[in-house]
Design a binder for this molecule. Structure first.
Ligand code: CMX
Length: 462
């Protein structure tokens, strides 16, 4: 066996992946058929790779990592994206600037359609406009909710957080799971990925409807979300259901839903979906579990926390403040034992490219918006302070430091809702990954845990 072929450069590998083994053209809009070929090819590749390198050591684990959130332990295979500490996220080898440039846009639009990033994460290929349009049509055609889910959403009390409503509604959608039904019927495990694919497509289609219903119920007196337009793309239907008519807001949403979609496999939401899915819980249950993790303030809820922080800051210091006043406010926050939301990251060691993409959008469309100016001032003031603490490993802003201000500009002021938008986007990455998990037949996840006594004995401590 020629083992050197595993070492081919990424571009060559990607080119090889575009050659389909059966009679399906590269331009076909039959995503599932295209994927079937890719899966057969990749299964073979992984099998060969493991047969040669399966026992190769790729790292070691120290005691601090066991107590330290498992940072840096290479323990998950995730195909959809890779996070480099310096370069940031790459989706199948493509950076955010490349995705913004290369993925298909809506007619007259400048930002990528999120349908495109889903196609890219799933197949490794930049889709054609027709391929993206076929996803828009498919998702629009399946955006309706089961009536019991609508009833449930309409009966939630208004003090139930939008993320709790979101996750509960997704859980209740599992009445629709073809995976759960097929499993119950005893289908062969080699076909699991096909049912996961079908569920993933339906789930992604329904999320904007769930999210918009929550928004209307909580903030627009329960007004109707209106009808889905089969000719509109996923984001355009979403903003219209939310009740926004500004085409620029729809463009923002296309960018937002693209860049929040995936951040490799180890973050809380992606890892949770993978973990719960490994028990063969269906995609609805797996995704809902991930959303409960995204709802944590150290993860997705940080975008809500950033707005809370900025609002408090503006209230205390007024609309404009000096750098010195801002520094005092930041130190006060740190000394009271709280984090500066939107700053820091477990993997990244420079400004998040997702922050930069949103900053570029703001510089273009809302350069004089006072809150954007404040966000820019925070970007200047906070990193040196976090460095001065001597403990924060990454003093730079992450994605959550910028998203809220853009939403505020377009009139979406309800900050408790922001993480729901993050969740709608995150579905694209975690569902693409879940399909690959089942395609590769990944087993139930079960790492070994240790007691402190056990660890002490293991390392020969007294
Ligand atoms: N403000 C204050 N302190 C911070 C900090 C911040 N923004 N970021 C890290 N620290 C602190 C940690 O709390 C930790 O303190 P202790 O040793 O006292 O516990 C110390 O610095 C070292 O932490 P780290 O190794 O730099 O960061 P972690 O990998 O442990 O945590 C993260 C990463 C994102 C949870 C952390 O930076 C943080 O809490 N940031 C603020 C919340 C946030 O923006 N989360 C969103 C992340 C992106 C996303 O998932 O959506």
């Amino acid at each position: 066996m020629n083992v050197t072929r595993f070492l081919r450069p990424v571009l060559e590998r990607r080119a090889a992946l575009t050659i389909l083994s059966r009679n399906i053209s590269r331009e076909s809009t039959e995503l599932k058929a295209i994927l079937k070929d890719k899966i057969t090819e990749h299964q073979k590749k992984v099998k060969e790779f493991r047969s040669v390198y399966g026992s190769k050591k790729i790292g070691e684990v120290i005691v601090d990592q066991v107590y330290g959130g498992m940072r840096g332990i290479k323990a998950l295979a995730t195909e959809t994206s890779n996070l480099d500490p310096e370069e940031g996220i790459e989706f199948r080898g493509y950076s955010i600037p490349q995705c913004r440039k290369m993925l298909p846009k809506a007619p007259g639009g400048e930002e990528p359609l999120p349908e495109g990033i889903f196609w890219l994460m799933l197949t490794g290929d930049i889709p054609t406009p027709d391929q993206v349009a076929s996803l828009s049509r498919d998702w629009a055609a399946h955006a309706d909710l089961p009536s019991h889910v609508v009833t449930m959403l309409n009966n939630f009390p208004s003090h139930l957080h939008p993320m709790s409503q979101f996750s509960a509604a997704v859980t209740a959608c599992n009445t629709e799971s073809v995976f759960a039904k097929a499993y119950g019927d005893g289908v062969h495990k080699s076909t699991y990925w096909e049912y996961t694919f079908d569920d993933a497509m339906r789930l992604v289609a329904k999320l904007p409807t769930i999210a918009a219903t929550i928004y209307r119920n909580l903030y627009r007196e329960g007004s109707s979300i209106g009808a889905i337009d089969g000719k509109k793309d996923w984001s355009a239907n979403f903003t219209s259901m939310l009740g926004y008519n500004d085409p620029k807001f729809t463009e923002l949403m296309r960018l937002y839903l693209t860049i929040h979609s995936d951040h490799e496999g180890g973050n809380v939401s992606a890892h949770t979906v993978h973990l719960v899915g490994s028990a063969l819980s269906d995609p609805y249950l797996s995704f809902a579990a991930g959303m409960n993790g995204l709802a944590g303030p150290l993860h997705g809820l940080a975008n809500q926390e950033v707005l809370v922080f900025i609002t408090k800051l503006m209230k205390e210091l007024g609309g404009e403040c000096s750098d010195d006043q801002l520094k005092d406010f930041v130190w006060k926050t740190l000394k009271s034992g709280q984090v500066i939301p939107g700053y820091g990251h477990a993997v990244l060691r420079k400004t998040d490219p997702r922050y930069i993409a949103q900053r570029e959008f703001a510089l273009k469309h809302l350069p004089d918006f006072p809150m954007f100016k404040l966000v820019s001032q925070i970007y200047k003031v906070v990193p040196p302070i976090l460095l001065e603490t001597g403990k924060v490993k990454n003093p730079w802003p992450n994605v959550d430091a910028h998203s809220g201000v853009l939403l505020q500009y377009y009139g979406m002021k309800e900050m408790s809702y922001y993480t729901v938008l993050f969740g709608v986007s995150r579905a694209l990455g975690v569902m693409a990954s879940l399909i690959w998990d089942r395609a590769l037949g990944l087993p139930i996840e079960r790492p070994k845990s240790m007691t402190t006594e056990g660890l002490m004995k293991l390392v020969g401590a007294a």
